[in-house]
Design a protein around this ligand. Structure first.
Ligand code: T1G
Length: 708
């Protein structure tokens, strides 16, 4: 038997235990071990029932995702085929009871469904999250789940990928009993109840497969939803097709249909990209020079300076994580406005069923408004979220230095300013760091943690850990202008504007990037964020502009006209009272006029050029950032773009996307743009170097890791 699977006995009950930490993935050796155990159980006349359970923190979290790359590149031995093993379990002559704690995900749930019964601890979760990796269940999950849970729920679970909790799984019939107390003890009692009785095989249970009329509506609605919410992704559609196959084909034929769809997805760029994202999200928390055991600062209370949009959202993030917040603003009216907005946001969450009234009330009670810094004397951390201006920030940090206790973390939510200069206003730069939240801060997952020259390792490690506590993904970035995300966003939006000046329409630019998969086009994003934000920053940095360098013509002028975007009812677009965009011919005429005055030649611009210009502007700037060391790895940049800027997850992030296109091709296109549009398009030296060496950004990351 494999060392990953143990077989023991308690009188007439056999116990199969999987021990493959951390999450009991079905790595090579696990299916073999289960197969051997089932053979022995079948043969042993003294065994009347068997229990399969996970050792450690969980049941089985699915197939081993690390193996997928080997499968698609043909490097792996496939071991015991998983699908036939599941049939073998189902055909075992003794009832097999699956005892679930933690997560039975993907292949884990498929394994569980091949058992004759399932019992679970109250905190167990089950799910088919494969779509989140760009694939679909590959071992009859799409065939057995509708047989247990019904078609409607099976489609949802397979196409959306969200897990469900034990109580819902019980109601649906996915599990048969919830075990309070010790799981194995409860499972043993259950096993003795069912031993010797005829055991149900999931694959033979057809009573929940519905009628063609009802199913047609379910599948149509699921496809419509996938089209809207998972735009451009192939796996959700494949998952729906596979579940549909279960409703009109035999189990065996359904499995064959599933296999074909599974393989198509597995070998696609989309699944490779999404698996890159899965590991990337975990990778970004690893900082080479900050050991895992770095002592953390306990953050049990925080202060937030500024009750505006950002400050309010940040206060909500902490309150939602159960951390009390003192929220300060300079004047009562601003504080009242900020609190009213927070209250309204909570009320909306209750209305939409996201929070219960009680949860919202409790969170609201954690936010204590204040007009004075005195309330910050005892807090463990302060996040400053005042207006984006250096003088004001320095003044605030001077105050914080005066009132806050020694060791308190002093964080700035600046999105562009120099963290070291902010730190210079204090006597303790080692306690100062940037925490760049994204708007709306209580919703957006990204947190850029900005490392200043003097930021202490414990301060950095605490902020990275805190991001998880807040339900966010923290990415450590260096202290350059705009940090990583906004620094790259500059050239991206610059190109979008240049394209309009050169003859593309506003809607054509936005549509090309929306069709690429971005959540919104770049011009519409500007209107949403407020064009005045960039305008104000540009004024602050005007002295750094290189003389003669081409600058976008429109946004400063739109701002001078009071067209700040959605909030003023007009920007690149006009907006109705529901903030729906309306094309504005006036803007098109004005841009044409400004462009002709500036001598910008008008021409036809293709959607392909629009996407390439904007996306490769991201890639080129990303390569510079990487080379300069302001991002640790290319995958860090990807995670930033996926979580903060609406980059499509199935393309893996800008740097990964460039790898999939092929860096030589990307470089060639960038050189073309350089020829036509000048030195703003000078290729990043790192990009040139990687192409010369025949390497990718992923190779760069590997080398970087090996060196650290
Ligand atoms: N394979 C390999 N490694 C995995 C893994 C997996 N399935 N799941 C987790 N890990 C690693 C992870 O990279 C991390 O490593 C460590 O375990 C702890 O994870 C045939 C085709 C289970 C809810 O999609 O959702 O089955 O960074 O930090 O927050 O149809 O991991 O420490 O080195 O996330 O407690 C379907 C994916 C596979 C589940 C635990 N299954 N995993 O969360 O810890 S496809 C999934 C998760 C499949 C079949 C198909 C979560 C978790 P390191 P963690 P966590």
């Amino acid at each position: 038997m494999s060392e990953l699977v143990q077989l023991t006995k308690d009188n007439d009950i056999a116990i199969i235990t999987i021990n493959n930490p951390p999450v009991n993935a079905l790595s090579p050796g696990v299916p073999e071990g289960i197969s051997d155990a089932i053979e022995q159980i079948d043969k042993d006349p003294n065994v009347r029932a068997a229990i399969l359970i996970g050792g450690g923190r969980t049941f089985v979290a699915g197939a081993d995702i690390k193996e997928f790359g080997k499968i698609t590149s043909g490097q792996t031995r496939r071991g015991v085929a998983f699908l036939p093993l599941l049939l073998r379990i189902e055909d075992c002559s003794k009832p097999v009871i699956m005892a679930i704690h933690g997560t039975a995900f993907g292949g884990g749930l498929e394994l569980a469904m091949a058992g004759h019964y399932r019992v679970g601890s109250p905190t167990a979760q089950v799910g088919q999250p494969e779509v989140k990796l760009g694939i679909i269940p590959g071992a009859a999950g799409t065939q057995r789940l509708p047989r247990l849970a019904g078609v409607l729920k099976a489609v949802e679970m397979c196409a959306v990928g969200n897990p469900i909790k034990a109580d819902e799984a019980l109601k649906l019939g996915i599990i048969d009993r919830i075990i309070e107390g010790d799981l194995l003890t409860g499972a043993m009692a259950f096993a003795r109840e069912v031993a010797g009785k005829p055991a149900p095989k999931t694959r033979e249970r057809n009573e929940k497969l519905g009628t063609p009329e009802r199913n047609a509506g379910i599948f149509a609605a699921a496809r419509e939803l996938a089209d809207k919410k998972q735009r451009g992704m192939m796996a959700p559609v494949a998952a729906i097709d596979a579940v549909e196959a279960a409703t009109h084909l035999s189990f065996e034929e359904g499995c064959q249909a599933e296999q074909k769809l599974f393989t198509d997805c597995l070998f696609s760029d989309q699944s490779k990209s999404m698996i890159h994202v899965f590991f990337g999200e975990r990778e970004v928390s690893k900082i080479p020079d900050i050991p895992k055991d770095t002592p953390l600062i306990a953050v049990n209370s925080v202060g937030v300076v500024g009750a505006g949009t950002m400050g309010g959202g940040i206060a909500m993030s902490f309150a939602n994580a159960g951390i009390p917040v003192a929220l300060k603003d300079a004047d009562q009216a601003a504080l009242d406005r900020g609190l009213a907005t927070i209250r309204k946001n909570y009320a909306n969450s209750v209305k939409r069923g996201r929070f219960t009234q009680q949860f919202a009330d409790e969170r609201m009670a954690l936010i204590k408004p204040t007009l004075t810094y005195d309330d910050f004397q005892s807090v463990d951390m302060v996040i400053e979220a005042v207006f984006e201006g250096m003088e004001l920030k320095k003044q605030v940090f001077g105050e914080l230095d005066r009132v806050c206790k020694a060791g308190a973390i002093l964080a700035s939510n600046t999105s562009t300013l120099n963290v070291d200069e902010i730190a210079s206003a204090t006597s303790r730069p080692e306690s100062v760091i940037g925490t760049h939240f994204f708007s709306p801060a209580n919703v957006m997952r990204l947190l850029e943690v900005v490392r200043g020259r003097a930021s202490g390792k414990n301060v950095i490690a605490t902020c990275m850990g805190l991001s998880k506590k807040l339900g966010k993904v923290g990415v450590l970035v260096g202290n350059c202008r705009g940090f990583v995300g906004n620094r790259m966003f500059g050239p991206y939006r610059r190109e979008a504007q240049f394209l309009v000046e050169e003859g593309a329409s506003v809607e054509a630019v936005d549509k090309a990037l929306y069709d690429f998969g971005m959540a919104m086009g770049p011009l519409a994003t500007g209107d949403l964020a407020g064009l005045d934000v960039g305008w104000r920053i540009r004024k602050e940095y005007r002295h750094l502009e290189k003389p003669g360098e081409r600058q976008p013509l429109a946004e400063d002028r739109l701002c001078e006209m009071g067209r700040y975007g959605q909030k003023t009812g007009a920007g690149w677009y006009k907006y109705d009272e529901n903030r729906r965009p309306i094309l504005d011919a006036e803007v098109a005429d004005m841009v044409r006029k400004w462009a002709s005055e500036a001598g910008v030649e008008q021409r036809q611009v293709s959607p392909e050029e629009i996407a390439d210009r904007c996306i490769y502007a991201l890639v080129n700037e990303g390569a510079r950032i990487l080379e300069e060391g302001y991002a640790l790895r290319s995958v860090d940049i990807d995670i930033i773009y996926l979580n903060g800027y609406g980059f499509p997850v199935h393309r893996g992030g800008p740097m990964w996307y460039a790898d999939t296109v092929g860096l030589p091709k990307v470089l060639e296109r960038i050189r073309e743009f350089q020829k036509h549009h000048g030195e703003l398009w000078a290729p990043a030296p790192l990009l040139v170097q990687l192409v010369e060496q025949g390497k990718t950004f992923a190779d760069f990351d590997k080398k970087h890791l090996a060196a650290s």
